[in-house]
Design a protein around this ligand. Structure first.
Ligand SMILES: C[S@@+](CC[C@H](N)C(=O)[O-])C[C@H]1O[C@@H](n2cnc3c(N)ncnc32)[C@H](O)[C@@H]1O
Length: 392
């Protein structure tokens, strides 16, 4: 089993932390240099440094985003380039879109495209290069300013119009578009709830027989052996330097862990829970209850359920897409691990049956509530339980 890293896409805590660490390091180096001076001298030096450092080394105001502080990024992580770098470098993701577009130029020829949540504008550039008549790149974060510059520098200003604003609030320069393209998927497919933004764009602007790319997304469930990592992440709280921190263990159990799972850990089959047809579904269809039956493929222990998703572009010549499952090459979405209260002992052929209910949090629809009901009536384990999880 590989050593796991955590990580969140929605709130880019890593870049926020990095910014803080950098400033801490700077502070401690400065303090060392000033250690032998008196408090008054320190104040003078700090004032001098503040003045001189701003006048000498401040970036020119023409650099977009150079006036941002960590506070700006904390609530709007998509304004920082780091998260876009991670997405662009996820070649499984970005090349799947590139191939779907470049290998199916017939879809784009002379068509008006809307790129929902354009970020750096990468998908808009692909569509423009594939022959789209016009592309509207809609982006609500400060990254829209960068996208404008990127479009200009690459010579696509006559084909791509970057529109800065929220899908739900903004008016487009046109009343209809032929194609909607978007990379909206979050952890566990639905975290961040950007799907509702795509459906809103579809209902506002897509022509009657228009196309949504990708148009299908499916969520799957399997079960894994995960003794070492459960011990490290969950049981750890039982005894922390001799103290009982079980109250944190309860919270840790409720938070699905975003991480890569080795395919050798998979004990059962993989069950399709739900397929969403983005071109037809209603917003309410993102809340659902799905039954599952996971049959053991070997004798083993089960410590967790694992969820992952696939997306497909079924409008292409040949169906295309990618999977975020543990048997596929890892993406930045990794997989989502939901730990079980019980360690199950399962024998080959026995079935872990139950249902999963998924819905957005009522107060904050970007978060997800998950209810898992499962039971196993096997030779070694007889269990029936309901567990609740929150992705936030
Ligand atoms: C997952 S990123 C994809 C960025 C880019 N399309 C790509 O593939 O690299 C989603 C983008 O959608 C933007 N976004 C999210 N909600 C939005 C909304 N309601 N209106 C406009 N943009 C939105 C985010 O700021 C973010 O840049």
């Amino acid at each position: 089993m590989g050593k796991r890293k955590g990580g969140n896409k929605g709130v880019d805590a890593s870049s926020f932390t990095r910014l803080n660490i950098d400033s801490c390091e700077r502070t401690s180096k400065d303090s060392a240099a000033l250690a032998k001076t008196s408090l008054e001298e320190v104040e003078e030096v700090v004032e001098e440094r503040t003045e001189s450092s701003f006048s000498d080394s401040a970036p020119p105001s023409s650099i977009i985003g150079s006036d941002k502080t960590s506070a700006d990024y904390y609530f709007d992580s998509y304004s920082h380039f780091g998260i876009h770098e991670e997405m662009l470098k996820d070649t499984i993701r970005t090349k799947a879109y590139q191939n779907a577009i470049y290998h199916n130029t017939f879809l784009f020829k002379d068509k008006v495209v809307l790129d929902v949540g354009a970020g750096t504008g990468i998908l808009s550039l692909f569509c423009a290069k594939a022959g789209a008549k016009h592309v509207y790149a809609l982006e609500c974060s400060q990254m829209a300013d960068m996208a404008k510059e990127i479009v200009e520098v690459n010579g696509y200003s006559n084909v791509i119009t970057v529109v800065k604003g929220k899908v739900e609030e903004i008016d487009l320069p046109v009343s209809h578009v032929d194609i909607i393209i978007s990379e909206w998927m979050g952890y566990f497919l639905l975290f961040e709830n950007m799907l509702s933004t795509v459906l809103c764009a579809r209902d506002r602007w897509l022509v009657e027989d228009g196309i949504v790319l990708p148009d299908k997304a499916s969520l799957y469930l399997t079960a894994i052996e995960d003794a070492d990592y459960k011990e490290d992440k969950i049981e750890f709280w039982n005894n922390v330097y001799g103290f009982n921190m079980n109250c944190i263990k309860k919270q840790a159990m409720m938070e699905p862990l975003v991480d890569t799972v080795d395919h050798n850990q998979i004990v059962t089959n993989c069950q399709l829970l739900k397929t969403m047809d983005i071109s037809k579904m209603a917003i309410g269809d993102a809340s659902f209850t799905a039954p599952f039956k996971l049959v053991a493929e070997r004798n083993d222990f089960i410590h967790a359920f694992v969820a992952y998703f696939d997306v497909s572009f079924t409008q292409c010549h040949k169906p295309m897409g990618f999977s975020t499952g543990p048997r596929s090459k890892a993406t930045h979405w990794k997989q989502t691990v939901l730990y079980l209260e019980d360690v199950l002992t399962i024998c080959e052929g026995e079935a872990l049956v139950g249902s999963i209910t998924v819905e957005p949090n009522k107060k904050n629809p970007r978060d997800i509530e998950i209810m898992l009901k499962y039971s196993l009536s096997g030779q070694r384990s007889q269990v029936s339980r309901t567990q609740y999880y929150k992705m936030r």
